[in-house]
Design a protein around this ligand. Sequence first.
Ligand SMILES: NC(=O)c1ccc[n+]([C@@H]2O[C@H](COP(=O)([O-])OP(=O)(O)OC[C@H]3O[C@@H](n4cnc5c(N)ncnc54)[C@H](O)[C@@H]3O)[C@@H](O)[C@H]2O)c1
Ligand SMILES: [Zn+2]
Length: 401
Amino acid sequence: MRTTWNFNTAGQIVFGRDAARQLGRIAGSMSAKRVLIVTDASLVDAGIVERVTAPLLEAGVAIELFTGGQPDPPLYAVNEAVELARTFKPDVLLGLGGGSNMDLTKAAATLLTHGGTCHDYAGDQVVPGPVHPMILVPTTAGTGSEVTAAAVLNDTEAGSKFAILSNHIRPCVALVDPMLMVSCPRSVTADSGIDALTHAVEAYTAVDNEQFPLPEGEQTIYQGRHPLGDLLAEQAIGLVGRHLRRAVSDGSDVEAREGMALAAMTAGMAFSNVGVALVHAMEYALAPVSHTSHGRGCGLLLPYVMQFNSPARPQQMARIAALLGEDISGLSDESAAERAIAAVHRLKADIGIPARLSDVGVTADHLGAMAEKTCTVKRILRVNPRPVSQEDAASILEAAL
Ligand SMILES: NC(=O)c1ccc[n+]([C@@H]2O[C@H](COP(=O)([O-])OP(=O)(O)OC[C@H]3O[C@@H](n4cnc5c(N)ncnc54)[C@H](O)[C@@H]3O)[C@@H](O)[C@H]2O)c1
Ligand SMILES: [Zn+2]
């Protein structure tokens, strides 16, 4: 039984419209004279990189660009970034992009300081100490990676993803500027936005901290549900309810972009201390079959997993319904919880997230192996409010087919 919890996030958060203009000052406060920007070619083309380099150059900071980032960062991209960093010798790595580029930066910062390969640091709390200083600047509103302890990497040779989880890889500074998200394409806005909702819902409905089933002697970032996580997750769910449809239907709606930027960050603050659960375990099993983005896969699965978890978390599910704008007055928690699930189905349809697994190429033949793989992700599954057997996983997947 755990009776204490702790809370970790980025060392500092700078949030707001045009916050990127403060990068010169921020670099100065870190005594950084050389900054390596880790990003990708699409963000150069979208003019985002220029918005970050300009204030740094104005402040007299020497910069170098690594533009080899790509969705679901492959290990060779991490190695290339580290190689460039070893030559350029930056004081700070600045990760610019969605979760993919930020995770790439976290992995590069780890290897730069501690050597070895990404696999050496896979799992929970394996990174031995502080890593190279980082500023992380998100250009999507979704993963919350700018504040989280995770770097998700893609071993393209093994055909699977794995995570480095450590409080040492949270950045010194998370700089969140919603103006950098205005150019985010519609589908990426939808996929990453529903990922943020999934993070918040999974943290809000997680197993209680007091009941967290952590085996003796094991270390973990995730600690189960606690009051600060609840505050942040509630905030995030309400913000998604109010802003995600708007951000998807009109990318230039700055108020909606700002709301989603805050939602993604607060959801990241919550889940990176409380944990994510069954949706994320299933997404590990879904990704290699469907080749959908992380966010799209999570969003697709979310209401089906909510249905399964609902009996264990009726009050929280009812509150989620209200936070998503449903009128639950006079309803029992159980009926209100049904409204939460229906609200997520509607949100998915409105923003173009596929309704069912069969929409993304999954067939009945895949389900057995997917259920089996889901149950191997124990680090995540123990956060779930209901124990999950392989039969349970199979029936949830069947319902989602
Ligand atoms: N570290 C964590 O805590 C965490 C949490 C959840 C997911 N993830 C990981 O993050 C990745 C997904 O990240 P994501 O959803 O942010 O997407 P992404 O980083 O993969 O970006 C998707 C595409 O959108 C483009 N793009 C991003 N912002 C843009 C902008 N403003 N303008 C134009 N183009 C833009 C990118 O260049 C890229 O091609 C996955 O690998 C997932 O596993 C990490
Ligand atoms: Zn996620």
